[in-house]
Write a protein that binds this ligand. Sequence first.
Ligand code: GLU
Length: 314
Amino acid sequence: MGKIDLNQLINESYSLYRDVSLGTLPNYIPELANANPNHFAISVTTLDGKTLSVGESDHKFTIQSISKPFVFSLALDTHGMEKVRARVDVEPTGDPFHSVIRLDAESKRPYNPLVNTGAIAMTDLIEAQTSKIREEKLLYFLETFAGRPLKINEKIYHSEQSTGHRNRAIAYLMLHFKMIGPNLDETLDLYFKQCSIDVNTKDLSVMASTFANNGINPITKKKAMKAEFVKHVLTIMFTCGLYTDAGEWAFDVGFPAKSGVSGGILGVIPGVMGIGIYSPLLDSHGNSIRARKVCEHLSKKLGLHIFDQSNLCS
Ligand code: GLU
C-alpha cells in the first residue's frame, strides 16, 4: 500500500458512496429502526497508532454482532482452545445468523461462534460469581481493545431484551441439548447487553487494529488477548463474518471482517491496520450496503485481498 495516501483514499470512498441510498433499516429490534439513514462514517487505525476518519465518526451505534468475535476471543483467552472447541465448532453454516436449525445434536455444539447459537454458548462461558461481575469482565475485555471505557446503551438493551424471543428459543433448545448451562436467563441477558454496547467507527477501527497487531492495542500498547488465538479468531471472521454473504465477501473483498445488524463493519488487515465503518442501511443479508462497498473499494485500491499476490510480481 506504499504509495497511496490513506486519508485521500477514505475521503474518496466516502464521496463515492455517500449518495447510495439503497437498503433498509433493521426493525426486528424496534429501537434500531430509529437510526438516521444518512449517517455514514469511515475510520482506519494503522499500527503506528494513528486514526484517520471521515463522516460522522463520533456518532455512536450499538456493536451488535460485531461483539461476537470479541466474546469468542474472551472465551479462548480465559479457557483455552480445548474447552472452547468442546463448546463450539468452527464450520460456516450458510444459514441466517439467528437460525435455530443448525445445531449439531450429535456433537452437542453449535456450528460456529458468529451465529447466535454459538455466540450465546460463548457468552455462557463468561463465568463469575455474580451477573454484575460477568458484565464487568465482558466490558473490560472489549475496553482493552478499544482503549477507552465503553457503555451499554440502555434503550437498545431494553428494546432487544423485550423482543428477543427468538434468542430465548435458541437458548432453551441449546439447554435441551446440553450445549449451555442452566444459568441461561442470566446468559441471555448478558448476550443482549453485549450486543447493546455503544461504539463509534473510531472505536471499531482501534478494536480492529488490536486484532491486526496480534492482540496488542497499538495506541495504549496494552495486551488485549493472547497472541496465539488471534489467527483463529480472524479465520472465523474470514469464513463466517458477513452472515449469508460470507462466501462472496471472502471471494470479492478477501480480508477478515465482522458486520452487525445496526450497520457497522469491522475489518482487519493483519500487520497493517484496522477498519471501522458505519452506515445503517442494510442489504438482504443484513450487511451495511455503504460499508460493504467501501471495503470492496479499499480492498481493490490497496490490494488487501489476503490471496492477492499481484504486488509480489510487479
Ligand atoms: N442482537 C442481535 C441478535 O442477536 C445481534 C444481531 C446482529 O447484529 O447480527 O438478534
